[in-house]
Design a protein around this ligand. Sequence first.
Ligand SMILES: Nc1ncnc2c1ncn2[C@@H]1O[C@H](COP(=O)(O)OP(=O)(O)OP(=O)(O)O)[C@@H](O)[C@H]1O
Ligand SMILES: [Mg+2]
Length: 487
Amino acid sequence: MSKASAIAGLRLGNSCPLDRRNQMQSFVLPSHHLTTHGFICGMTNTGKTGAAFGVVEEVLREGIPVLMIDLKGDLPNLALAFPSFDASHFEPWVEPPPGDARSVREVATALAAERQNALQLWGLHEPDLRAFHDGVDVRILTPGSDAGEPVHVLSSLEHALDYYREDPSATRASLTAAISLVLRLVGLDADPTKSRRHVLLSVLAEHQLKSGLPCDLVTLLGALLEPPIDTVGALPLDTFISSAERQALAAKLNTLLASPSFASWRSGTPLDIAEWLAPKNGRTQAVIVSVAHLDDEERELVLGILFEELLTWVRKQRGTKYLRALVFFDEVYGYVPPHPQNPPSKQPILTLMKQGRAHGVGVILATQNPMDVDYRALSNAGFWCIGRLQTNADRTRVLEGLAQATGASAESRAALERLCKNLYPRWFILRDVRSKRGTLLFQPRWAMSYLRGPMTPSEIRLVRQMQAARRAPKSHVHPSLPQSVEL
Ligand SMILES: Nc1ncnc2c1ncn2[C@@H]1O[C@H](COP(=O)(O)OP(=O)(O)OP(=O)(O)O)[C@@H](O)[C@H]1O
Ligand SMILES: [Mg+2]
């Protein structure tokens, strides 16, 4: 990606001062401002995800990798950033609306033309699309499913020994998260603070690591059957948890190991953030971890593991004032909730927002429900985009948070509340704490990616097939795939 764009900054859209609405100008954000994190909120359909796509695309254009957490299924739309405005790119992804007599071809042609006009107004032309398409590698990872790339979610158990020597407390946090997932998968209480089984597995794992031995699932199963310890805390092992209970747990772990449906959790790309974010063949990585297909508890546990691993990686990075990587978490509702709720993702996200800055890792959170986000996450955000909010409670919470985090003056609050109530979709109140520009009205640019909406697992599979076809020599392209389509 070009150095010129790195100097120019992220062209996110247009903005104007609140009291001079006829003075719209291009809004350019230096990428390093994102090391102090961002928060995007607004009711449904206000354009939060679209605005975030603008940020993500611009960050990628600067050659900075992005990790995206997808709960709704729409972030894989990043793979629909086509290299040109040719209608054939859109054909597999459109269908005529009910009652519309046009053919798929005609709908795709109209869509391509509409997008060309819109993007050109933002100064984005085919060479920009081509450069983005060629310079960015979009990977869709789907833990627990092979629709996208499967992820070996429990790889942290397997490589724990390597990490333990470097950073025992971070390894312990990763292990805790991985053991919770294992217990959940066998239908047992996964709460590390309440479950005796969790405590036992954690103690066994730590014992292994202290002895310089691995603590993968097979080893832990063996340790359950022939425990290398006599006590847990102050209690004899058999008093803490009987031999029969240990045997029952070992049997459940064994069923898990043998079950074909569990294989998707234990195969695929390892949870290796360094590898995910490193450039590949000169292309910048955009890694989308999609958990849209999982149930609520599985999502919490998987994201708990993911964020612990991310934190471990972040702590290993040298200090920098530049943006090294961006993490975007859309629909963060329920994952960083206020006290006393404490899902496994909460602590690592809060720590990431506290420590990420020094290591050049920025986090952007987006939600419809600002009431549900812990104030510590809000107070660590320096870049704010607030779209229309419907309820007084939401507006008050967000504008209070904005005032606390950025020092926006109290006297402007009433005016901001009025504005926030009346904003049109795809318009935001914007504040960048690291700029002197004050509070602005902001219109994000059009996304280069085709924001088609949530993708089903079979559509994600289609994306992968198309990506594979693009990489394959032309003669090896599967005959059932449209040959003219390039992803
Ligand atoms: N920057 C953009 N570029 C192109 N299209 C956009 C942009 N922003 C929004 N849109 C269009 O508006 C629709 C709704 O926007 P978006 O999905 O971003 O809303 P949202 O606030 O994230 O809603 P929800 O809370 O339901 O996820 C998108 O599907 C897309 O069609
Ligand atoms: Mg959205």
